[in-house]
Design a protein around this ligand. Structure first.
Ligand code: ATP
Length: 298
């Protein structure tokens, strides 16, 4: 993972594409404190995290103990700072017509949902503030939400649980058939939509997390805008782009989550899909075309 950090690629249109990787360490919870657990990770500075290895001193040189990322956030760091320093620029690039994705990736109970909910809320608030301050443009915001549960795609803006089909569209790439897309009227409307999604998402209790996400969730905000004076110097100034907020289900060891039955089956699907995602990201990193920005929270 460290090798992906800070690398940049030149897109087909000459625009720089980046994968930015940041790490946030959550504080120990009450259960862990009661067991006198200690964190095995320590942030030594803003870009380095150290594994407090219990490997004997004589073997320590064989194992890496320090890992570098674009940004590392300590346990006492508030979500707003994580947003400002690691996600804001990527999220708001949608206003300039650049597609972007923000992923939360990590093991179960590491704080992905906690962090992504905050980041999504701060980003959407900033987007509405930007719109308010740019009356010279007209904006249309569209929102869709889906989850991938046991390899089936479900619409989180609908109570219909029928799995949706993925189609390959020659122009738009992969599209989800019949996915609801709501036009967002204002921030309150967005919050209502998010609350509805939360009630729809697959959550289950494991021994590591009382409210563990059992699915991958993708919230997509598409922003179209055009100058009120639509032709500037003979050119149309319309922009359209999407930002994806992706809260992945956490990787898990069956022995740690003590899962069986449904939870075990979910865990197998989760681990396999995360492995595939890792492969896709590695390949995208090596590919030189397309125009996609990624931000990975590990
Ligand atoms: N930075 C933080 N500060 C305080 N509490 C946190 C923080 N991050 C996470 N938590 C708490 O830790 C618990 C687990 O967090 P969360 O559900 O976000 O983990 P997760 O990585 O999404 O887990 P899963 O993959 O199982 O869904 C929650 O109770 C959450 O409120």
């Amino acid at each position: 993972m460290g090798s992906t950090s800070g690398e940049s690629m030149q897109g087909s249109e000459g625009r720089e594409e980046r994968i930015v990787v940041s790490v946030r360490v959550r504080p120990l919870n009450d259960k862990e404190l009661a067991k006198n657990d200690v964190s095995e990770w320590e942030c030594s500075n803003d870009t380095t995290i150290i594994y407090r290895s219990n490997v004997p001193a004589s073997d320590r040189s064989l194992y890496p103990t320090a890992y570098s990322f674009d940004r590392v956030f300590r346990t006492d760091c508030p979500t707003h700072k994580v947003y400002e320093e690691a996600a804001k620029e990527v999220a708001l690039s949608v206003l300039s017509g650049i597609n972007s994705s923000i992923f939360a990736y990590g093991q179960t109970s590491s704080g992905k949902t906690y962090t992504m909910s905050g980041i999504t809320e701060y980003a959407v608030t900033d987007i509405f503030n930007h719109i308010e301050n740019h009356k010279e443009r007209e904006y249309v915001l569209k929102f869709s939400a889906l989850e991938i549960y046991n390899e089936s795609v479900r619409d989180l803006l609908s109570t219909d649980t029928t799995p949706l089909r993925l189609l390959d569209d020659p122009e738009r790439g992969t599209v989800v058939e019949k996915l609801t897309e709501e036009t967002v009227l204002d921030l309150n409307h967005f919050e209502e939509l998010i609350s509805f999604c939360e009630t729809q998402r697959q959550i289950g209790e494991t021994s590591l997390n009382e409210a563990s996400s059992r699915s991958h969730q993708i919230l997509r905000l598409t922003i179209e805008s055009s100058a009120c004076e639509s032709m500037v110097n003979g050119k149309s100034s319309s922009l359209a782009a999407s930002v994806n907020f992706v809260d992945l289900a956490g990787s898990e060891r069956a022995s740690q989550t003590n899962s069986a039955g449904t939870r075990l089956k979910e865990g197998c699907h989760i681990n396999r899909s995360l492995l595939t995602l890792g492969t896709v990201i590695r390949k995208l990193r090596l590919a030189s075309k397309g125009c996609i920005q990624y931000f990975l929270l590990v």
